[in-house]
Write a protein that binds this ligand. Sequence first.
Ligand code: GTP
Ligand code: MG
Ligand code: NA
Length: 347
Amino acid sequence: SHRSTKILRAPIICVLGHVDAGKTTILDNLRQTHVQDNEAGGITQQIGATNVPLETIYKRTEMCRKMITRKDDFIIPGLLIIDTPGHEIFKNLRSLGSSFCDLAILVVDIMHGLAPQTIESIELLTKRQIPFIIALNKIDLLYDWKSNNKENIELVLQEQSQITKNHFEKRYNDIICQFAQQNLNVALYYKNPDPNEFYSIVPTSARSGDGMGSLIALIIEKCQTTLTKRLTYTDELQATVMEVKSNYGYGTTIDIVLINGHLSVGDKIIIAGQEGPIVTQIRRLLIPESNQELRVTNQYQTHEKVKGACGIRILATDLEKSMVGLPLFVARQTDEIDYFKNEIETI
Ligand code: GTP
Ligand code: MG
Ligand code: NA
C-alpha cells in the first residue's frame, strides 16, 4: 500500500464543554481509568494531558473499524488528549487547551442541550478554526435505553424500541435547533451530507461506553484524512507550559505539552517567570505511563529524549516562579539564550 513519507505526530485532541457534561468520564471510559471519581466535588479544576497509545485505539474501535479508511495501517502514532474544566471560572484553561489542539471533542449532555460554557467553547473553537466533533453524551438516560457497547452507535440506535427512538429524536431535534441558533449546522455522523459544512454528532454514553468506539473511530478517520498536513511532524520546537507543581519529592516541576520538535535531558530551556524569564537545564523528562493522566498519576517513565506530540513533566531547578500558558524555548546555542529571553519578555 502507499505509505506517506512524512511522519505524523500524535494529534492533540481537546475535550471541551459545559460543567458535568461528562468530559472526564468520556476520557475515563477511553483510558479505563477512574480520574473523575477522585475529583473534589466531581469538578475538574485543572487541564490534563494523556498520551493514548495505538493499542488502546485499536482495542476501542474494533467494532467500528469500517469507519476508518486506513484501518490496518494507522499513520498516527497515538493521541494526546487534553481534558479541560467546564466550570465557568476556568475560561483561561479552556482557552489554553483550545489554543494548541488540532481537533476538539465538544461534549453536550443530551438532557440539557447547549449551555453557557458549551457556547463559550464553540466560540473559542470557531474563532481559532479548530475542527470539532460533538459527543451527544448521556444517551443512557433516554427513556428505556438498552445499552450495547459492542456495536457502532448507528446500529445500537436502530435496535432501540420506538419509544426510546422518539425520545432520542425529540432531544436531538431540540439540540439541532440550539446549534442553528449559534449558526452551526450539525448532523449525526452517519447522515452527515457534507463534513465540510456540517459538524458531526456522535451519540455516546461515557457511563456504559455506548458510542465510544464510533467517537474514537471518527476522530482517527478525521486525523488520518483531512488533518494530515497539520499533523506532519516538524523538528521546530513548539511547546507550552500547562502546570507548575511542587511537593512530588522532586521540588517544583512543570507539566508541558510538547507539540512539535524534541526535548532532551540537558537541554537549556527558557520559560516565562513571574519575575522575568527563567533559564534552566532539563534534569529529567518524565512521561506518564500510557493512558495515565499527567495531572494525577505517580507512574512515570524517564526518558533521555522525547518527540512531540507528548505530555511531559520536566524536572529542573529554579522552576518555582514559572508561569503557565506560555511557550517553552530551548537554546541550542549560547547566543540563543538572550534571543529567547527577549522573545518571552515581549509576549
Ligand atoms: P467538569 O470537568 O467538572 O466540567 O465535568 P465533566 O464534563 O468532566 O463531567 P464529569 O465527567 O465530571 O461527569 C459529571 C457527572 O455526569 C458524573 O456524575 C458522571 O458520572 C456523570 N456522567 C458522565 N457521563 C455520563 C453518561 O454518559 N451517562 C450518565 N448517566 N452519567 C454520566
Ligand atoms: Mg471533568
Ligand atoms: Na464534573
